[in-house]
Design a protein around this ligand. Structure first.
Ligand SMILES: [Zn+2]
Ligand SMILES: [Zn+2]
Length: 183
């Protein structure tokens, strides 16, 4: 399959609209909790601006993530609007590029042909949570019997763990791991 690209030379006075469906395997995101991902639906338009181009896009996709607390799979859906500025790495002679305002991402290109997959994939990388939760108050699994506490209490006698202690324990584990890696 030919990679989806945008030819900037085709952008004339009017903005150029585009819409692509990009199939990217979940494994290419290198995120363990990402169990599956739908094709990425990317649409938007590109317009000429001073010294380059402005891309405004809409990215829609979904899939399944594994909850970091209860380890169950849950569906998610993402729908985000974003903007990018596209500039030639070497501006044409005599042209000066004003640096993009910080809130806008800039992409520099060598050839005026922009591959869309890397742009969409980067958005996905940024949007995927590091510690996904099936719901904000997920109760997780019982540390003793392994029961999913979202389904109701288990028979074990344990004091309810204060989430702040949980967080501290996580930090301690991280620190220990760091020490081991250094050793
Ligand atoms: Zn959960
Ligand atoms: Zn239990």
């Amino acid at each position: 399959m030919k990679p989806a690209t945008l030819s900037l030379d085709a952008v004339l006075d009017e903005p150029l609209r585009f819409a692509e469906v990009l199939s990217v395997p979940a494994s290419s995101f290198d995120r363990e909790p990402l169990l599956s991902i739908t094709p990425l639906e990317l649409s938007g338009e590109v317009a000429r601006v001073e010294g380059g181009y402005a891309l405004s896009g809409q990215l829609v996709y979904g899939g399944e993530l594994e909850c970091s607390r209860c380890l169950s799979a849950y569906p998610f859906r993402e729908d985000e609007a974003f903007s990018l500025l596209l500039y030639p790495r070497r501006p044409a002679a005599g042209e000066e590029i004003e640096l993009a305002p910080e809130e806008l991402d800039a992409v520099f290109y060598d050839e005026p042909v922009i591959a869309l997959s890397p742009i969409a994939e980067e958005r996905v990388q940024m949007a995927l949570p590091m510690k996904p939760l099936c719901r904000p108050d997920c109760k997780g699994l019982c540390v003793e019997c392994g029961k999913d506490l979202n389904l109701g209490p288990c028979g074990c006698a344990h004091e309810s763990v204060d989430p702040r202690w949980e967080a501290l324990r996580g930090l301690k584990e991280e620190a220990l791991k760091g020490l081991k890696e250094k050793a």
